[in-house]
Design a binder for this molecule. Sequence first.
Ligand SMILES: Cc1ncc(C[n+]2csc(CCOP(=O)(O)OP(=O)(O)O)c2C)c(N)n1
Length: 564
Amino acid sequence: MEKKGISGAEAVVLSLLAEGVECVFGYPGGAIMPVYDALYDYRDRLQHFLVRHEQGAAHAAQGYARVQRRAGVCMATSGPGATNLITGIADAMIDSTPIVCITGQVGKHLLGTDAFQETDVIGISMPITKWNYQVTRAEEIPEAIAKAFYIAQSGRPGPVLIDITKNAQTEFFDFQYRKCTKIRSYFPKRKVDLSSVERAADLINNAERPFMLIGQGVVLSGAQAEVKEMAEKAGIPVASTLLGLSAMSVHHPQYVGYLGMHGNYGPNVLTNECDVLIAVGMRFDDRVTGRLDGYAKQAKVIHIEIDPAEIDKNVKTEVAVVADAKEALQALLPLLEVKRYPEWMAKFKECDATEREKVILKDFAPTTSLPKMAEVIHMLSQLTQGKAIIATDVGQHQMMATRYYEFDEPYSNITSGGLGTMGFCLPAAIGAKVGRPDRQVVAVVGDGGFQMTLQELGVIMQYNIPVKILVLNNNFLGMVRQWQQLFFDRRYSSVDIQNPDFVKLAESYYIPARRVDNREELGEALEEMLNSQSAYFLEVMVEKEDNVFPMVPAGASVAEIRLE
Ligand SMILES: Cc1ncc(C[n+]2csc(CCOP(=O)(O)OP(=O)(O)O)c2C)c(N)n1
């Protein structure tokens, strides 16, 4: 591809097109105006979604990336525009989400002068990007953008940021775009080391109580079929981390549940009873492990992980396979013996029965005047047959949604895991719906988190994006209230939140809206929401002082999980 004498700004757009980018989430301003001017010329080929706050652009790019399995793109001006992206970038970094962020910057001659809207976004974003780079000459643009896409999407994915000074946007140069396929000293994906795979197979074949934990690495590498095959062939029970959810159908007989602080009882306690722990594409986050010196000490650990920095970081491994999850499992599968562990599987069933009796039946029991979150999610799950994309925010509703939505399709769970970013849900759901218009996308959000990015209702309105928004309103910052109740002697400090009339608010954005405060109407209201061709806003008033259990208290071991 060669074109002579174009501006840096046009080169930005052509570079994005050369990468197959179809849409950008962004917000204009002084230092990025030349790029927006170029976008005007290409508006038929590159759709720009005008968010209402740059944080929304980053989260929308994340939502898009998660469902499209390629980098989402966001754009902002210098100074406040760039700093508003930061939360989304940090979120993408800790949750390994590929996004390419493009920021405008003051002209090269003004750098370092405290010019209007000058911020050192390269310095600020250094620890939360996989790579960042400041372009000060137009001719650097194609190579910088090509590298940005390659780095964001290869190996363990992550966010990259390209900061482009204004002069570089307006200078002319001969444009030529070459995709990047290699960078010196950057080895994103190692070849599978067969000797470690053989050692892993040996451990698994000789195990009495093997247990497989799957994380987002499985989703990112598309290794769902291999996980299923391994579980079926070698008879291994499989549990998922928060970000691994939807990689395996909850209905699969080998699937034993969800790990972590509010996960299922069985997979948490039995982590401390397995003899071989096979962790695939997960990073032993503290929300999964609880207190490390009380975590799986009896087990020999096999860690299949693309990022060598994760090996032995939190949990000491017996065998490490540093590779892409899919490739590693493909190498491992033929070496595994066909096995069944009826007694071991029965232990998970026993734990399930305990959890059912102590937690689940209570969560579903209509004992309170207002519906409980679990009831709402259960109904949503039934009505969508576990086939919707569920975007969640952070808090009790997130844990309830991820506990009780019966995911039956891959790439369906979009949540902020590592950073726990309130405000993530709505813009991420928008990005997901833009990326997968053919799928039902439901944003399940708390009344607190909704108010952190609710201005993005404007994007839904302006571009007619049929996202379904389900606010579970307990008039509390529920998760913090739960902690105050359990660990701070019920001293409710600043968790009581007075809310606006959400229905009127949604209607002011021309989004059909309804409020439900009883069980009788709930099913019908959810159906109305799901059947709506347009966006729809449903507020469900839920039990105010509901708690999420089980719970591994902070600093406790997984074996100390509380059921009540
Ligand atoms: C940006 C941000 N600020 C603060 C927190 C701490 N925090 C975690 S959960 C939570 C309460 C969330 O309340 P709400 O959105 O109403 O959801 P609920 O827990 O009631 O379902 C808070 C304040 C956070 N995770 N993110």
